[in-house]
Design a protein. Structure first.
Length: 389
């Protein structure tokens, strides 16, 4: 096991109706609040009214910043920073999915920065401060509500990059599973795939071999997600099933299951950022379209680990490692199809002529992430393998 420092200071308030405690928690951090939200789901689900009601006795000044789209844009962050500065906001609240929360994080860090926040994403600047930050997730998947990462699309350059910094871990996360009950089937499935990949990538890529606790944690989260997403699709308003999914997505990105794994490689995410930058599809859908081909591309190098994942997570019968790994990939395809997800890039409209543009994009992300072995020909090979089943 590698040496590590585990410091995860977010206060998590989890449970049905916990959103009603939002007002006092936020007001304790500041009275002038920037409320970042999406296009309409917060209001149609009733979450917006409950959040506003929780502020009613706090004498808080609320500035709303709605309209954040999936695959959030740098230009929206620029606008949000200006609004927060002009209204002298003291705390930023992200109420929505991963895109909304990532935008809120970038605004909170950008208000305190004396430069364009895009420099964070290209590795030219580091976060040194931010406004207090509260997250209220309305979908299970990204784990951004408790983690240290952000993903944004630079709409001028056409680049979708991600980065992480410990200062981006929120102060408070109010996780009310009732708010996720209105998430449609397609996005419920996409969130499950995102959570699954957050476990699988470090599981395969860690340079450490003697980490049974961490592997067990990641396997358990993955197995629970596979079981729970089907229940959420069948019974979308089950608070119990939604609670399990939400806690799994948060646990996958809490850092507990990956502590001690050393430097892990999120190559699948590097590929997907390129896919959704080009196509505009949801992140989890892009991951699904890549996952079987990405596993095939890793099958020989990581056959033993892919096989072990299959046995412990998908329930594949143990055999010779390469054969078991191949059965794992088949089980993965079957799972994705069972929840209505694509299984190759062609399923989401990507053609061979798109691959070179996506490969250039992924190479840029790999360079910034210092994935030294994942450049050039290896990226093109991965995309080619993912194009069709």
């Amino acid at each position: 096991m590698d040496r590590f420092v585990y410091h995860h200071p977010v206060k998590i308030i989890f449970g049905a109706d916990s959103v009603d405690s939002a007002g006092p928690e936020i007001a304790a951090l500041g009275k002038r609040v920037l409320l970042v939200s999406g296009r309409s789901s917060l209001k149609t689900s009733g979450a917006w009214r409950r959040i506003m009601d929780s502020f009613s006795e706090q004498s808080a000044e609320i500035t709303e910043f709605p309209g954040i789209q999936p695959n959030p844009l740098l230009s929206a962050v620029h606008d949000g920073i200006q609004v927060a500065r002009s209204r002298q906001c003291e705390v930023v609240v992200g109420a929505g999915g991963g895109s909304v929360i990532d935008t809120a994080k970038a605004i909170a860090a950008g208000v305190a920065a004396g430069h364009d926040v895009w420099k964070f994403f290209t590795g030219k600047k580091s976060v040194v401060a931010r406004l207090p930050l509260v997250t209220i997730p309305t979908i299970a998947g990204s784990g951004s509500e408790i983690n240290h990462g952000i993903v944004l699309t630079n709409d001028r350059l056409g680049r979708k990059f991600g980065f992480g910094h410990r200062y981006l871990i929120p102060d408070v996360c109010i996780a009310d599973p009732r708010l996720t009950c209105s998430v449609p089937t397609s996005l419920t499935a996409a969130g499950a795939v995102d959570t699954l990949c957050h476990c699988l990538e470090p599981y395969l890529s860690t340079p450490q071999s003697s980490v049974p606790l961490q592997r067990g944690v990641l396997e358990t989260i993955g197995r629970t997600v596979i079981e729970s997403v089907a229940c959420c699709i069948e019974n979308p308003h089950s608070v119990d099933h939604r609670s399990t999914m939400l806690w799994c997505s948060m646990a996958a990105m809490s850092g507990f299951g990956t502590a001690g794994l050393g430097k892990v490689a999120f190559t699948l995410h590097a590929l997907e950022h390129a896919v959704s930058a080009v196509t505009g599809i949801a992140h989890g859908i892009g991951l699904a379209a890549l996952l079987p081909g990405w596993l095939e591309n890793h099958c020989h190098a990581f056959a033993g680990r892919v096989a072990e994942w299959g046995v412990r997570v998908f329930g594949v019968e143990r055999a010779e490692p390469l054969q078991t790994a191949e059965q794992t990939i088949a089980a993965c395809r079957a799972f994705l199809r069972s929840i209505g997800c694509p299984t190759c890039l062609a399923d989401v409209g990507v053609s061979a002529r798109d691959l070179e543009v996506m490969a250039d994009h992924a190479a840029d992300q790999a360079r910034i992430w210092r994935l030294r072995e994942f450049t050039g020909e290896s990226i093109r090979s991965a995309f080619a393998r993912c194009l069709r089943d």
